[in-house]
Ligand binder design. Structure first.
Ligand code: SAH
Ligand code: SF4
Length: 388
């Protein structure tokens, strides 16, 4: 597979940049490129886009030849102007526990990790990234040590799902053996700092005539960008996860520095207002277990108190170490005691078994080598990358 710079700002696209990648585009973008680049009549554009949509997202085709309900002539034009290729998988690792990690390169210096976590049954979750690096600096998170390179486009986010589906041979959508049943935005980056693209990507991923992963099976995790939480709910109707990790402002300020900007009372207020909350739509609270930092029985009780009245699930995550990380994971007994207190208060609180630690794919271990380059350096690298 070859890499394609998914620059979706078509107006600035250099003419010599090669065929435009279609995989991951929204319906509106698909319509627009057909009109603009393939000379499709405005009046027919919607119908054509709908036809293409089905081939791209239901069947997952990678060649225009397979689009049998489209005339040979038009297929020829599509072939010249567009490509169905996905971005390049630079590295693919499979853990002893079946977890798969992909390092995907969207452009020179723009690489992210995507992780497939098989479940015990026939289901599994795909953990996708929304940014290359992160602007936030949570002290226990490896991604937090990588500066933000840039936001991913909607197409780049949706392509992560397509690439994993290619690898697991899950096309077409009607294939009953599909293993990717859920999507979690728990990879690299803070999704609510890239909400426009995340929301468009969710439209693509959840569309019933395409990949059809229902909105209730998509979870967006945030470290607590309070002003965007309501908007996330309204626009995407997906499930919400909150990276909580502490029950008082003093400790949370230290672990999740964004808390200084949006303290716990504001965070809890925004969460309570999230649309449609109830027994079938609960908020997941992620709580990383850090030895001697946030794992005492008193903190478990404080957690129960803090979440009173919120339809919630609590996800206890054993801390996953990374090189030079400043914390240790709590002892197993401590985690179980903590879980018992929370369970007795009526909350489901599964302890998240670390998955894929051997391939460095577990929560908070993701980091790519991408660093922010000056625009001039990036252009140089892009030019070099495009020369065969
Ligand atoms: N930026 C968003 C999405 C990333 S989700 C957010 O923070 O919610 C990644 C999840 O893994 C978050 O809950 C994060 O707090 C947790 N995490 C980060 N580093 C971790 C580590 N070293 N061990 C276990 N969990 C970690
Ligand atoms: Fe960014 Fe989330 Fe990691 Fe915090 S936990 S640094 S918000 S990716």
């Amino acid at each position: 597979m070859t890499a394609h710079a998914l620059n979706l700002d078509f107006s600035n696209r250099p003419v010599e940049a090669g065929p435009i990648p279609l995989a991951g585009l929204t319906r509106a973008q698909l319509r627009d490129v057909l009109v603009e680049h393939a000379g499709v009549d405005e009046k027919k554009a919607k119908m054509r886009a709908d036809q293409l949509w089905r081939w791209i997202y239901h069947y997952g085709v990678t060649s225009f030849d397979e689009m049998t309900n489209i005339s040979k002539d038009l297929r020829k034009v599509l072939e010249e102007k567009f490509t169905l290729a996905r971005a390049e998988i630079v590295e693919r690792l499979v853990s002893v526990d079946g977890t798969r990690k992909y390092l995907i390169r969207f452009a020179p210096g723009v690489e992210v990790e995507t992780v497939f976590i098989p479940d015990v049954a026939r289901s599994g979750a795909l953990c996708v990234s929304s940014q290359v690096g992160c602007t936030l600096t949570c002290t226990f998170c490896h991604t937090g040590t990588q500066k933000l390179v840039r936001n991913l486009t909607a197409a780049e986010i949706a392509q992560q799902v397509m690439i994993a589906r290619d690898d697991l041979a899950e096309w077409p959508t009607s294939n009953e053996d599909r293993k990717i049943t859920n999507i979690v935005f728990m990879g690299m980056g803070e999704p609510l700092y890239n909400l426009d693209h995340v929301s468009d990507a969710i439209d693509v991923i959840s569309d019933n005539e395409g990949m059809a992963i229902g909105r209730r099976r998509i979870t967006v995790s945030t470290s607590g960008v309070v002003p965007k939480i309501g908007e996330l709910g309204e626009r995407t109707r997906t499930m919400l996860a909150i990276s909580l990790h502490a029950t008082n402002d003093e400790l949370r300020n230290e672990l999740v520095p964004l808390n200084k900007k949006y303290p716990l009372d504001q965070l809890m207020e925004a969460i309570r207002a999230y649309p449609d909350l109830g027994n079938s739509k609960r908020v997941t609270f992620e709580y990383v277990m850090l030895k001697g930092v946030n794992d005492s029985p008193a903190e478990a009780r404080a957690l129960v108190k803090l979440l009173k009245g919120v339809p919630a699930k609590i996800n206890l995550i054993p801390f996953n170490p990374w090189p030079d990380s400043p914390y240790e994971c709590s002892d197993w007994d401590t985690i179980e005691t903590f879980a018992d207190i929370v369970n007795r208060a009526g909350y489901a609180s599964p302890i998240r078994t670390p998955r894929g630690r051997d391939i460095f794919a577990a929560c908070g271990q993701l980091k790519s080598e991408s660093v922010k380059q000056r625009a001039s350096e990036r252009r140089k690298a892009e030019r070099a990358g495009e020369t065969p």
